[in-house]
Design a protein around this ligand. Structure first.
Ligand code: UN1
Length: 495
């Protein structure tokens, strides 16, 4: 398969004429190539998006929403094929690939509905015969930079609210999933999106991503990826006074108290730690457990984790799919070495699983971990979780909040008072009670505090904020000069 850039309504090659391979991570074999673009392609894409902006922003929002309904319908029609291709290019097991696509379908329908709301606010004026309201306006050309771990869902969280609100987009997907980005854009085109409204440029972050972030006509940048790169994006965009949305790393914990349903907690931990091979920002890579139930929980976890079957995500005998690429696999294993070096014990896993070409890592559980160890503090982004014992609920909350990230936390307990205390005291953007750390729904804000984000959220109503500017409007129908804050004696508009 030869994927292309999509600029101004046409599939085109890069100005570089170079291409790079995209691999199936379960086999290590190439499945296609994509353009290895540079800043010339970004310039062309931004020019197309800038040209398309005025007619698109003047298209009524309900009409823009109707295209999103059509996008949702097309994605639903293609769900099975797209999901199978998602497993092939990104690796996650097929049921999870279907979830990834479903999340984009949900977002299409949700944002389609927002096309008929896009609520602003009306407030009374302090002066008579004067009307005051605030409306949401579009911002302009939006740069969208997305990772490989949710290669259909995450682009939808950014592109759909952006275009619903009247912006146009230049989309730079991860170099690990160019095929999925292409199929995502195909659905938008087939739904009737006008040329130039969404443009796609493949290529490496260093050349293409930087050019996109630095381009003076790009007014908003929405980035999901590593904290390291996110900070670079923020610095660069900040100097140019752009709006920036960042969604970066996580180091999420599940707390299990001594009154918890341990079987339920075991299910939640396995799903959150090893689902998507731990390659979610929301993955549970820490388990903080009260000492009295530590042994019972550990035994359940080790027994179940060591029985998980690695393999090609298309096979229904596979529980855990591959790691995205060799670089990530090497990084994950380096954390096992770091953990061992710090004194952690590996209860299960801890090794690369060789299947002759693919990139696999055994589900891994570290024990005898303390909150200051690197495996407890740093994001691994692989199927690895660390067990820490605590003596009290307060100690558990302190350990949960001790990391530099703030995305997701979870508490297993049967005590409703402790549940509400956790909701009050967890310092993360997402809180789960008696449910693991993964599986956010699109109708609520998604994002994190501290090193995870920069104050913005995706999804839900909050997901529109970064793609809109408030415009406050005053309409004075008194027919005379009225001065706010000064003419306070004008008490009635009756005459
Ligand atoms: C991510 O890990 O980058 O809540 C996104 C979840 C998914 C999204 C994860 N709905 O786990």
């Amino acid at each position: 398969m030869e994927f292309k850039n999509y600029i101004d309504g046409r599939w085109v090659e890069s100005a570089t004429a170079r291409r790079f391979d995209t691999l199936n991570p379960a086999t290590g074999q190439p499945i296609g190539t994509a353009p290895d673009s540079d800043e010339r392609d970004i310039d062309a894409a931004v020019a197309a998006a800038a040209h398309a902006y005025r007619p698109w922003r003047l298209t009524p929002a309900p009409r823009r929403g109707e295209i999103l309904y059509e996008i949702g319908r097309i994605l639903r029609e293609r769900k099975e094929d797209l999901s199978r291709f998602l497993t092939t290019e990104m690796g996650k097991v097929l049921p999870e690939a279907r979830g990834d696509v479903q999340e984009a379908i949900d977002m299409a329908f949700y944002m389609a509905g927002e096309g008929r709301r896009l609520f602003g606010v009306t407030v009374p004026s302090e002066l008579p015969n004067k009307f005051a309201l605030a409306i949401r306006d579009s911002v302009g050309v939006v740069g969208v930079i997305t990772p490989w771990n949710f290669p259909v869902a995450i682009p939808s969280w950014k592109v759909f609210p952006a275009i619903m609100a009247g912006n146009t987009v230049v989309f730079k997907p991860s170099g690990d999933t160019p095929g999925l980005a292409t199929k995502f854009v195909e659905a938008l085109i087939d739904a009737g999106l006008p040329p130039g409204v969404v443009n796609l440029v493949h290529g490496p972050g260093a050349a293409v991503g930087e050019a996109l972030v630095s381009h003076p006509q790009v007014k908003v940048v929405s980035f999901t990826g590593s904290t390291h790169v996110g900070r670079q994006v923020a610095e660069r965009a900040g100097r140019l006074n752009k709006k920036v949305h960042l969604e970066m790393g996580g180091k999420n914990a599940i707390i299990v108290l001594d009154d918890a349903d341990l079987d339920l907690a075991t299910e939640g931990i396995l799903w959150s730690a090893f689902g998507t091979s731990g390659q979610r920002c929301t993955a549970a890579s820490r388990v903080i457990v009260q000492r009295d139930v530590k042994d019972a929980l550990t035994q359940r976890l080790v027994e179940r984790a060591s029985a998980l079957r690695l393999g090609d995500g298309l096979l229904d005998t596979t529980d855990v799919g591959p790691i995205i690429n060799q670089r990530q696999l090497t990084k994950i294993h380096s954390y096992t070495e770091i953990g061992r070096g710090e004194g952690a014990a590996v209860l299960t896993g801890g090794e690369v699983w060789a299947n002759g070409g693919g990139f696999f890592y055994q589900p891994t559980i570290f024990d005898q971990v303390t909150p200051t160890m690197r495996v407890f503090q740093e994001e691994i982004f692989g199927p690895c979780t660390s067990l820490v014992s605590v003596d009290s609920f307060e100690e558990a909350i302190a350990a949960n909040n001790s990391v530099q990230y703030g995305l997701s936390s979870s508490l297993y307990t049967r005590d409703v008072n402790k549940a509400f205390q956790a909701i009050r005291d967890f310092d993360t953007g997402l809180v789960y009670i008696n449910h693991g750390t993964i599986g956010a729904e699109i109708q609520l804000p998604f994002g994190g505090t501290k090193g995870t984000g920069n104050g913005h959220r995706e999804a839900g109503i909050a997901g529109i904020d970064v793609f809109t500017e408030w415009k406050s409007v005053y309409i004075d129908y008194s027919g005379r000069l009225q001065r706010a804050q000064i003419d306070t004696d004008k008490l009635t508009g009756a005459n």
